[in-house]
Design a binder for this molecule. Structure first.
Ligand code: NI
Length: 174
């Protein structure tokens, strides 16, 4: 296991789109273990995506089960080649990101989504998600398309907030 280096803004590689995973082998699972270790080392990180550590493949991890306020969730999820197949409703909410260490921002996301993804073994799974978990997944899928939450705020003047203290448990970062 190893901690991986996180790319942060304004690294231009964060704008690159990632490609689909085709091989579900031991190397992939070992990378996912390193990605998970890196997520857990990040302060309060509920998600992480492979391109954030410079691997441009469609892989993300989301786990909102340990947030301070309990939220609907599916536990710890390894999402390979995730695809959002349905969006419903919209909601404004605060987001943070390991790649944007100094700011949080208000972002509009769908309230409910349907998601199809493979797991680390390549098995296809489908989920219905809502609220904070749905938000976290939308944030991570954006990373796979080279988008950051700061690209989605309506106004950088009124919807971006400087972090006072970058501490564990604050905000929800991905
Ligand atoms: Ni992020």
């Amino acid at each position: 296991m190893a901690l991986l280096e996180i790319l942060t803004v304004p690294d231009p590689r964060l704008k690159d789109a990632s490609v689909a995973v085709e091989r579900f082998d031991q190397e992939l699972r070992s990378f996912i273990a390193d990605l998970e270790e890196t997520r857990q080392a990040g302060p309060g990180a509920v998600g992480i995506a492979a391109p954030q550590v410079g691997r441009f493949q469609r892989i993300a991890i989301v786990d909102v089960s340990k947030t301070r306020k309990p939220v609907a969730n599916h536990g710890h999820l390894v999402l390979v080649n995730p695809e959002i197949t349905h969006w419903d409703g919209f909601e404004l909410g605060r987001e943070g990101c390991l790649s944007v260490p100094h700011y949080t921002g208000n972002v509009i996301r769908a309230e409910r989504i349907r998601l199809r993804a493979q797991d680390a073994q390549g098995e296809v799974r489908e989920f219905e998600m809502e609220g904070f978990e749905a938000r976290a997944v939308q944030h991570e899928v954006d990373h796979l398309d080279g988008l950051l939450f700061i690209d989605r705020v309506v106004s950088r003047r009124t919807d971006l907030f400087q972090r006072k203290v970058y501490q564990k448990g604050g905000g929800g970062k991905g």
